[in-house]
Design a protein around this ligand. Structure first.
Ligand code: 4GX
Length: 246
């Protein structure tokens, strides 16, 4: 899968994709990320990429021509590329959207700065607008990194066989159960005994109950959407009745 990132701040991308899992995925040619400096597509001598808004008002707007030329260049070998603009006005990004996008072969991500891009750039070149959440960033770059990270870990071969995207939260619609590793006793706080029991069925049941408890307490919205089994309903009963602490 190819990601083309169009940005005025290419330096922001130098490290995050060279590390760890994504760095290895790129080395293995499972994916490719090209960072494209929109300024390189400005035609004038001073390579101007922004200008004041028509009608007045504060700040600057990204000009349409450099964006148009950069997107056309990125698309030139591959008309099937899907172009996304990161903006708080977009559709909220979630795991389902990550999964849908992971089946595409080529994404172009436009990162806006200042007061955003000229409306005609959105109308003429953008297939989809996506928001990573209801807060305001200084630009679309971090949003693009979040999206690339969430999408690329779903690509075949990116996660090792030890890890798996299949048992993540959200894939199962519940938050995950708590995890422990050594030492058994840290400053008097011990690992739940059941995890040392060797009883795999009992452990699975305990984990399911903890996941339900956590989801009920922190994300009742997810619990309402989850498909629960009879056993899950029973465990939830116990949680409510027993007043299990979260
Ligand atoms: N999820 N930002 C876009 C520029 C901008 C300003 C005004 C449109 C209108 C963001 C987010 C995000 C900051 C990216 C403002 N674009 N992107 N940028 N939340 O906050 O995706």
């Amino acid at each position: 899968m190819r990601f083309d990132v169009l940005t005025l701040f290419p330096g922001m991308f130098s490290s995050p994709f060279q590390e760890s899992i994504l760095g290895r995925a790129i080395q293995k040619d499972l994916m490719d990320i090209r960072i494209i400096n929109v300024r390189d597509f400005a035609l004038d001598k001073h390579q101007v990429v922004d200008d004041t808004p028509y009608g007045g008002g504060q700040g600057m707007v990204m000009k349409v021509e450099p964006i148009a030329r950069a997107i056309e260049w990125a698309r030139s070998e591959d008309p099937s590329a899907w172009t996304i603009y990161l903006t708080p006005q977009g559709t909220p990004f979630d795991q389902e959207k990550a999964r849908t996008l992971s089946s595409r072969s080529h994404l172009i991500l436009l990162c806006g700065r200042y007061e955003g891009v000229d409306e005609r750039a959105r109308e003429m070149f953008i297939n989809e607008e996506i928001s990573i959440g209801d807060y305001v960033l200084t630009g679309g770059e971090l949003a693009a990194m979040v999206m690339i990270d969430a999408v690329s870990r779903l690509l075949p071969g990116v996660l090792g066989s030890a890890q798996s995207a299949e048992d993540d939260s959200f894939t199962n619609a519940l938050l995950e159960y708590p995890q422990y590793t050594r030492p058994f006793d840290f400053e008097g706080r011990c690992v739940p005994e059941i995890l040392l029991s060797g009883n795999h069925a009992a452990i699975a049941l305990w984990r399911r109950k903890e996941a339900l408890k956590r989801t009920a307490a922190r994300r009742p919205d997810l619990l309402a959407k989850a498909r629960l089994t009879r056993k899950d309903e029973e465990l939830l009963e116990e949680i409510l009745r027993g007043g299990d602490r979260v």
